[in-house]
Ligand binder design. Structure first.
Ligand SMILES: NC(=O)c1ccc[n+]([C@@H]2O[C@H](COP(=O)([O-])OP(=O)(O)OC[C@H]3O[C@@H](n4cnc5c(N)ncnc54)[C@H](O)[C@@H]3O)[C@@H](O)[C@H]2O)c1
Ligand SMILES: O=c1ccn([C@@H]2O[C@H](COP(=O)(O)OP(=O)(O)O[C@H]3O[C@H](CO)[C@H](O)[C@H](O)[C@H]3O)[C@@H](O)[C@H]2O)c(=O)[nH]1
Length: 331
């Protein structure tokens, strides 16, 4: 009854690995280490360095480890990169997910949890988004994820397995115990960038657009602590094991914060008054993206534990401080 965690050496996947290890669940990680970071994993984890598109390897891993559930985080995640290299994104996110699913079907894996994204909704008309909202992605990244959701739905009809596709809103924060966090130096996420500015790793940061139709003119997002997101995955796994049906669920708190509110929180938590320059809008950014996440609460019994912007920022900033120390030590 082993859980296969794809992309388990990445930001979100490594939190899942720690959560499963904390429950003493047998698990195996497959990661090709393109953006993975080994130090974020427990020392004794079973890590197979390989590609999810290598179906022969994946089937061998599934059989050797008696895999019964897949939690699929592996993928490429940078929206502008997907615009520049759509075929690369469809290859890594869609084609290789198809291959992973084929391996799962061949090996009789019964449960599948998939990292989807609010990017499947594109530029919604409404600020608050339920799962029934139209899915009209505006980037190859969003399309590549929506296509994977479609393959899952069709395959679950045809074969004996059930899945949960979790549509993440803005994932932020880090493990409260400091074991792992966002480690990619290229990450563009707001809280990470602001933390780097507070630590002096950047001379300043930029606020992309101050003329949105929001209270203070800057973009509003639903920031969810990565540990709460992982709690939803663990509950989704338990629900599938108990015979739960296939579902798509939003993961967010149902409340948004503006860019200015986030910048203020990072200044407050860090005690550093770093510069935030106001610039023009970033292409493709909607004004407001906030989840209606009632389904996750109802179906999973999910109760967030870290729904507080200063707590999220505090954990992200603590992690960034730790990374800065590591980088200095290694220099
Ligand atoms: N970070 C967010 O805000 C966010 C929001 C919505 C959805 N997601 C989704 O969550 C998942 C995890 O994102 P993350 O932020 O942890 O990213 P990440 O880049 O830190 O992690 C992705 C991991 O997958 C591995 N990987 C990539 N392609 C692979 C392949 N072909 N075979 C094996 N391993 C491969 C990478 O090495 C890395 O360890 C992704 O699927 C992403 O689309 C993330
Ligand atoms: O340096 C920055 C970075 C971001 N922003 C702003 O901060 C908000 C959040 O931006 P992020 O880049 O942190 O996150 P996104 O909302 O663009 O996207 C994230 O959430 C999406 C779903 O909502 C997708 O899942 C995507 O993969 C993930 O990166 C946006 O208004 C953005 O314009 C800035 O002002 N300055």
């Amino acid at each position: 009854m082993t859980v296969l965690v794809t992309g388990g050496a990445g930001y979100i996947g490594s939190h899942m690995v720690h959560a499963l290890a904390d429950r003493s669940e047998p698990l195996v990680v497959v990661d090709n280490m393109t953006t993975g970071y080994r130090p974020n994993l427990p020392d004794d984890v079973r890590l197979v360095i390989g590609d999810i598109g290598d179906q022969i390897l994946i089937e061998r891993v599934m059989r050797d480890h008696d895999v019964n559930a897949v939690v699929h985080f592996a993928g490429s995640i940078v929206v502008p990169d997907s615009v520049a290299d759509p075929l690369g994104y469809y290859a890594n996110n869609t084609v290789k997910s198809r291959s992973l699913m084929a391996a799962a079907v061949n090996c009789g894996v019964k449960h599948f949890i998939f990292s989807s994204t609010a990017a499947v909704y594109g530029m919604p008309d409404q600020a608050m988004i339920a799962e029934e909202a139209a899915t009209v992605p505006i980037s190859p990244y969003g399309s590549s994820k929506l296509m994977t959701e479609m393959m899952l739905a069709d395959s679950a009809h045809a074969h004996d397995f059930a899945y949960t596709a979790l549509r993440y809103f803005n994932v932020a924060g880090a493990d409260p115990d400091g074991r792992t966090g966002q480690s990619s130096p290229r990450a563009t996420h707001l809280i990470k960038v602001a933390s780097q500015a507070a630590l002096g790793q950047r001379s300043h940061m930029e606020i992309y657009g101050t003329d949105y139709d929001t209270d203070d003119g800057t973009g509003v997002r639903d920031y969810i602590h990565v540990s709460d997101l992982i709690a939803a995955h663990v509950l989704a796994l338990d629900r599938l094991r108990a015979g739960g049906d296939s579902q798509v669920m939003n993961c967010g708190y149902g409340r948004g914060y503006s860019v200015r509110q986030v910048v203020d929180a990072v200044r407050r938590v860090s005690g550093v008054d770093f510069e935030a320059r106001e610039t023009g809008r970033r292409a493709g950014d909607p004004a407001t993206l906030v989840a209606i996440a009632d389904r996750a609460r109802a179906e999973l019994g999910w109760v967030p534990a870290y729904d507080d912007l200063d707590v999220i920022v505090g954990h992200a900033y603590a992690w960034e401080t730790r990374m800065a120390g590591r980088n200095t030590a290694g220099a």
